[in-house]
Design a protein around this ligand. Structure first.
Ligand SMILES: C=CC1=C(C)/C(=C/c2[nH]c(/C=C3N=C(/C=C4\NC(=O)C(C)=C4C=C)C(C)=C\3CCC(=O)O)c(CCC(=O)O)c2C)NC1=O
Length: 244
């Protein structure tokens, strides 16, 4: 269902950037689950280039039971650009949740003006995809912008509305990168390294997918996938481990 989104992202990346494949820890790149009623395959890709220190995306194909396309693009720490975050989910055809955002590293006004305000026009063009839903797992004020795409929707809207929105948001993101001036002050660069690391820790601790991974591929695999691939700069919390 979301394969055209993955293909489009991939084409854009290869066309615009000089990508280098990055290794994915053994066993995490591809996995097949027979645990559920339906077989599910999870596959991931990882690259880097001078502009982006980590580009990762994952596709879960569980037939009609589950289709997921998830991606995070981390700019090189000499750019204070937001992360590009994509989470497109479909469970059993009826439950379709789509999220797409430029995930801000900082919340000051200058940052908002520079990176978030430019999203406003797109956001306003897609009111059906920007439903202002409440978040249960995450804090909407942390690492999310006010102009994100966040909708509970249907397959037709995914095809006819989300796909053009996806192209528009991606184009805007590449444009922001084009206009961004690389930082040279080591202090400023360190601040970005830290902010991206904090994002990983926050996201790993709250990721609503960990139960899904565990149910398909087992707890051990799920922990490894979360802390060694998806959010590799996060460390497992003692508390959250004992909770699980
Ligand atoms: C392969 C990894 C991966 C998967 C499969 C995944 C799935 C995933 N994301 C979810 C919600 C969500 N996901 C996001 C957003 C994001 N999530 C992101 O990983 C990114 C990059 C964004 C940013 C666009 C939001 C905002 C929600 C709703 C959570 C809430 O209500 O708090 C949910 C809960 C759906 C529900 O029952 O309501 C799942 C299972 N998350 C993952 O990280």
């Amino acid at each position: 269902m979301y394969q055209p989104f993955r293909e489009y992202l991939e084409q854009e990346l290869f066309r615009r950037f000089d990508l280098q494949s990055q290794p994915i820890p053994p066993g995490l790149e591809r996995q097949v689950s027979d645990r559920g009623k339906h077989q599910a395959t999870i596959q991931s890709w990882c690259y880097q280039c001078p502009e982006f220190r980590k580009i990762r995306y994952t596709y879960i194909d569980g037939g009609e039971a589950s289709q997921v396309f998830n991606s995070v693009i981390y700019p090189s720490p000499c750019y204070d650009l937001p992360l590009l975050g994509i989470d497109l989910l479909s469970f059993g055809k009826k439950k379709i949740l789509v999220v797409l955002d430029f995930q801000p590293l900082f919340r000051d006004e200058a940052y908002q003006k520079k990176y978030i305000e430019p999203m406003r026009e797109l956001h306003d063009n897609y009111p059906d995809l920007a439903q202002g839903l409440e978040m249960k797992f995450y804090d909407a004020n942390q690492y999310f912008s006010k102009y994100l795409i966040f909708a509970k929707t249907d397959a037709e809207t995914v095809e006819n509305r989300l796909f053009p929105a996806f192209r528009d948001y991606l184009n805007l993101y590449w444009g922001l990168l084009d206009r961004a001036e690389p930082l040279t002050d080591p202090e400023e660069i360190r601040r970005i390294v830290k902010a991206q690391k904090d994002y990983d820790q926050y996201s790993a601790d709250r990721d609503p997918a960990s139960g899904l991974f565990s149910s398909y591929f087992g707890h051990e695999w799920a922990e490894k996938f979360l802390y060694e691939f998806l959010f590799a700069d996060a460390s497992p919390l003692a508390v959250s481990q004992s909770k699980r």
